[in-house]
Design a protein around this ligand. Structure first.
Ligand code: 5GP
Ligand code: MN
Length: 326
């Protein structure tokens, strides 16, 4: 039986628990990305190959650019009525359960496995497999698959390479270590389709997304001697181009890439709230800055939801960044 004190779990403990349970619910976070989804799908595929029963819970729909992932069509908000009470709920890529959204049913801690690579993970599971040196949650899952004794099929390899390519920004971010490149090569040898991942995730933008990008770049602002760059996307801009939230993904990278910029912020004031994405070039810790406002993430990439207007969000974010040394 797994113990109920929150603490880090070893690979052996997690593998034993995966073997012991018969039914699973893989949980991904709201506004899902390739890491949360790819990690859950990869582990789900491996567990199904062991004859286990696997379901998926995800509050938001699968984004267009991730629908190619194997088993993505099994991911939903609804769960079967006959779900066993001792199903293990496996949270992937979340520092706390709130990231799974408001429709998550109440759970007993003993039925929760937390697999993640965020430094600020709150250890909300009975078992917390939190490896903060890993580039993605998918590579945490990969560490479980070999001892679990399942074959890494081309489908599983594609899911895992997607997690890596998502969280390293296509092998561009500082978490792209030599080991990450070696693992990626192994996954390609096992049949991961790098071409398809690149095409679907990085080179398949809707025209609306590119037009929206143009508008967001045109209205960007530079502050703090050019060290802070921000832009805003609101409902009116989305409507103008026939775009939606999925079309905003690329914008922030362009803000961060401007010469001299230490931190970029994108204020996303649509669909009823103000969400903020933060990216750092490495000098300022945006995980801590987001943490000051109830969010979180990584040193160089973080986010938060702000309770208030976009103007108030800008003032609060600027203050948090200055407190972190911007
Ligand atoms: P994005 O800007 O792509 O939405 O998020 C960047 C990173 O910040 C995510 O990978 C995630 O780790 C983190 N993040 C984004 N939004 C939130 C949030 O509301 N709360 C927490 N704790 N982390 C977030
Ligand atoms: Mn991740």
């Amino acid at each position: 039986m797994i113990q109920s004190e929150p603490r880090k779990a070893t690979t052996e403990e997690v593998v034993a628990e995966l073997r012991r349970r018969e039914a699973f619910v893989m949980v991904s976070h709201v506004k899902p990305d390739g890491d949360t989804l790819g990690a859950g799908l990869a582990l789900g595929l491996a567990l199904r190959a062991l004859g286990k029963r696997v379901h998926y819970f995800q509050q938001d729909p699968v984004p267009r650019n991730l629908r190619f992932l194997p088993d993505a069509d099994r991911v939903a908000r609804e769960l079967p009525a006959d779900l066993p009470a001792d199903a293990l709920w496996v949270f992937c890529d979340m520092s706390d359960t709130a990231r799974a959204g408001e429709f998550l049913p109440p759970l007993e801690r003993e039925n929760v496995l937390d697999i993640d690579h965020h430094l600020g993970n709150s250890h909300f599971g009975a078992l917390n497999y939190v490896l903060s040196d890993e580039c993605s949650t998918g590579t945490c899952v990969l560490r479980l698959l070999r001892p679990l004794g399942t074959k890494i099929t081309p489908e599983i390899a594609t899911c895992l390479l997607t997690t890596i390519m998502t969280d390293t920004g296509g092998f561009m971010h500082s978490n792209t270590t030599a080991e990450v490149l070696r693992i990626s090569g192994e996954l390609m040898d096992l049949g991961a389709d790098r071409d398809e991942i690149t095409e679907r995730i990085f080179a398949n933008k809707r025209l609306a997304a590119t037009r929206l990008l143009g508008a967001a770049l045109e209205t960007l602002r530079l502050e703090e001697d050019g060290k802070f760059c921000w832009s805003l996307v609101d409902d009116a801009m989305l409507a103008r181009f026939g775009a939606d939230g999925e079309d905003t993904e690329e914008i922030i990278g362009h803000l961060r890439a401007i010469e001299g910029v230490d931190v970029a912020a994108l204020f996303k004031a649509y669909d009823g709230d103000v969400r903020v994405s933060l990216r750092s070039s490495g000098r300022v810790n945006v995980q801590s800055a987001a943490g000051r406002l109830g969010g979180g993430g990584h040193f160089r990439a973080s986010g938060l939801t702000f309770n208030g207007s976009a103007e108030a969000a800008l003032a609060a974010v600027r203050e948090a960044l200055l407190a972190e040394g911007l």
